[in-house]
Design a protein around this ligand. Structure first.
Ligand code: E4P
Length: 214
C-alpha cells in the first residue's frame, strides 16, 4: 500500500519523510488555507522534501478555469498531480489532462458510480472520502470494496486513494479492502507505530539488559 500524507504543514512532512515510509502528499484548499501561505509556495516546498506525487487542487468550478489552473500548477514541478472535483467539468478536465499525460486525482468521491466516471476519464487516482461517509452513517470502507470490484471487473488502472482517513482502523480496513493508496493526517501516520505491547516489551528488554550488566 502506498502512503500519502494529507497535510500542507511542511514541518510535519519533513519529520515524516525521515521515517522513510511517505510516498507522496495530498493537499486541499482547506489544508492550504490553514498554513496561511499561498498554494504555490506550499506545493513548491513540499516537492523539495518528498520525491513523489503531490496533489494540488484547483478551485475553479468551470472547465476553462480548471484547465488554466492545471497548467499553472503543472509548471511548479513534474511531480504535481492535479486534483479535480467530481463534477461534470472536473471529469471533463480529467479526460483532457489524462490525454496530455498529466497526472490527476479526482476528489470528493462518495459513490461507486462516481468512481466509475473517474476511471472512465482515465484519472490516475480517485479519492473516496471514507471518514466523511462514516460521519453521515454510510459505509466508507464499503465504498472502497465496491470500487475494487468494479475496477477489477473492467481492468481500470485508476488507483483507489482512500482519503478522509481519521484513525488507524481506517488504514487497516482500507488496506484489507484493496485500496492502492491511503492518505492520512500526520497524527494518524504517527499512531500506526503505536502498540502498548511494543512499549512494554521494549521496556522489559532494556531492563533485563541493564540488569545483566551489573
Ligand atoms: C484528501 O485528499 C482530502 O484532502 C482529505 O483526506 C479530506 O479529509 P477530511 O474529511 O478529514 O477533511
Amino acid at each position: 500500500m502506498i502512503f500519502f500524507l494529507d497535510t500542507g504543514i511542511v514541518e510535519e512532512i519533513r519529520m515524516a519523510s525521515e521515517w522513510g515510509i511517505v510516498d507522496g502528499v495530498t493537499t486541499n484548499p482547506s489544508l492550504i488555507a490553514k498554513t496561511g501561505r499561498t498554494q504555490k509556495d506550499v506545493i513548491k516546498e513540499i516537492t523539495s522534501i518528498i520525491d513523489g506525487p503531490i496533489s494540488a487542487e484547483v478551485i475553479s468550478m468551470d472547465l476553462k478555469g480548471m484547465l488554466r489552473e492545471a497548467e499553472e500548477l503543472s509548471t511548479i514541478h513534474p511531480n504535481v498531480v492535479i486534483k479535480l472535483p467530481l463534477t461534470e467539468p472536473g471529469i471533463a478536465a480529467c479526460k483532457i489532462l489524462s490525454r496530455q499525460g498529466i497526472k490527476t486525482n479526482v476528489t470528493l468521491c462518495f459513490s461507486p458510480v462516481q468512481a466509475l466516471l473517474a476511471a472512465k476519464a482515465q484519472a490516475t487516482y480517485v479519492s473516496p472520502f471514507i471518514g466523511r461517509l462514516d460521519d453521515v452513517s454510510q459505509d466508507g470502507v464499503g465504498l472502497i470494496r465496491e470500487m475494487r470490484t468494479i475496477f477489477d471487473n473492467y481492468g481500470f488502472e485508476t488507483q483507489i486513494l482512500a482519503a478522509s482517513i481519521r484513525h488507524p482502523m481506517h488504514v487497516r480496513d482500507a488496506a484489507l479492502a484493496g485500496a492502492d493508496v491511503g492518505t492520512m493526517p500526520f497524527s494518524v501516520l504517527k499512531a500506526l507505530y503505536k502498540h502498548p505491547l511494543t512499549d512494554k516489551g521494549l521496556a522489559q528488554f532494556l531492563e533485563d539488559f541493564n540488569r545483566s550488566k551489573k
